[in-house]
Design a protein around this ligand. Structure first.
Ligand code: NAD
Length: 363
């Protein structure tokens, strides 16, 4: 039996509820396929501030580094909203990305057939479901560049933020994107603003050079304004999108919206090697915390990404995704995705349905 070490950061609000169900789902996979998952529960976010006075304790970082992967719920909440920037629960996320060297953010945008009603686009644009991935550079570009506010004389104050990418930074995110496309339908769209920005021209040149190393992947380029339009005009044309930190921030939110509820979408943040941190894209949802109303599917699908990317357990990852698909096809819905005629269930029962579906489909 293979054993794997998973660092577990449940966090705040609905974090513990959804991660509880992700663990239940993982254990069902373990039982079905003969793996043991060992969990180490760690504090980060508001609960860490309450217990230890800091959002990201050093022992949490050390334990995350020592594990095979980290699974995180969400951090933050009203209780800590008055704290200044670096002392807030959300500082734990930036700290973890930086400490763990996670430079690639992978967000699959998957519209399950059974949820096509939840998509705001016309049905003919999404017939057969949607399935593409946004690969966003996470630790460079304008969010991390030089910035400042200066006196501009008669113009008053002026502020600036610098977008800067090195060839090495583009190459490492490019490699993640090409590899991701290689494992899927083999189409990669690089999104930039090369008609205006020097940094985008470098980005485009590096991606184009890399294409020679990946003859099985078809590389295309698209300006970001066009990409924003194409995502709602013809989303099925995309397989894998790769883009900079800021463009990715915006486009991945657009992509999540066209696939229905925020409670359905997982993400992975990857660094060198197979290590990764996996988390639903939603926050701690303090408005529904502790009421058994949260949708745990995003957390469960994050666990499926962990199985695939870090543990290389493709069959098990697919089994978990199939189990979510089965629960939806059987009509089970948490409140955020409920429509008339379906069966309303809570967080815990949603996890139970998935675990049951995994057990039913043991190979
Ligand atoms: P949110 O994602 O927590 O909630 C937005 C809305 O979506 C709410 O109405 C919520 O009830 C609903 N929602 C979210 N997840 C859901 C789920 N799984 N099932 C059903 N409904 C769900 O965003 P917010 O309200 O802007 O932020 C709340 C707190 O979370 C803030 O403190 C914020 O900083 C933090 N936050 C944390 C993360 C993270 O940990 N990665 C991400 C975003 C926001």
């Amino acid at each position: 039996m293979m054993e794997y070490d998973i660092a577990l950061i449940k966090g705040d609000g609905i974090g513990p509820e959804v991660i509880g169900q992700a663990v239940r789902a993982l254990d069902a996979v373990g039982a079905a396929y003969g793996h043991a998952f060992r969990y180490k529960e760690l504090l980060a976010g508001g609960c860490a501030i309450d217990a230890l006075g800091v959002p990201l304790p050093t022992e949490t970082v050390a334990a995350c580094k020592a594990a095979d992967a980290t699974l995180l719920g969400a951090v933050g909440g009203w209780k800590w909203d008055g704290l200044p920037g670096g002392a807030r629960p959300e500082a734990a996320l930036l700290g973890l990305r930086k400490e763990l060297g996670l430079y690639a953010n992978i967000r699959p945008a998957l519209l399950f057939d059974a949820l096509s009603d939840a998509c705001p686009l016309k049905p003919e644009l999404t017939a057969g479901g949607l399935d593409f991935v946004v690969v966003r550079e996470l630790t460079g570009g304008i969010y991390f560049g030089e910035r400042g506010v200066e006196d501009a004389g008669a113009m008053g104050k002026a502020a600036y933020d610098v977008e800067r990418y090195s060839e090495a930074e583009v190459r490492r995110i490019g490699a993640v994107a090409f590899e991701t496309a290689r494992g899927r339908r083999g189409r990669l769209t690089s999104v930039d603003k090369a008609n205006v920005l020097e940094s985008s021209r470098l980005w485009r040149r590096v991606l184009t050079e890399m294409a020679a190393e990946y003859p099985d992947v078809e590389l295309g380029h698209m300006y970001v304004d066009n990409a924003a339009m194409q995502l709602v005009r013809a989303p099925k044309q995309f397989d894998v999108i790769v883009t900079s930190n800021m463009f990715g921030d915006i486009l991945s939110d657009e992509a999540s919206m066209i696939t229905g509820s925020i409670g359905m979408l997982p993400s992975a943040s990857l660094g060198e090697g197979s290590y990764g941190m996996y988390e639903p894209i939603h926050g701690s949802a303090p408005d529904i915390a502790g009421q058994d109303k949260a949708n745990p599917f995003a957390a469960i699908l994050s666990a499926a990404m962990l199985l695939r990317h870090t543990l290389k357990l493709e069959r098990e990852a697919a089994a978990l995704e199939d189990a979510v698909r089965a629960a939806l096809a059987e009509g089970y819905r948490t409140p955020d995705i409920y429509t008339e005629g379906t069966k309303l269930i809570g967080t815990a029962e949603a996890g139970e349905r998935v675990a049951e579906a995994v057990a039913r489909h043991i190979p």
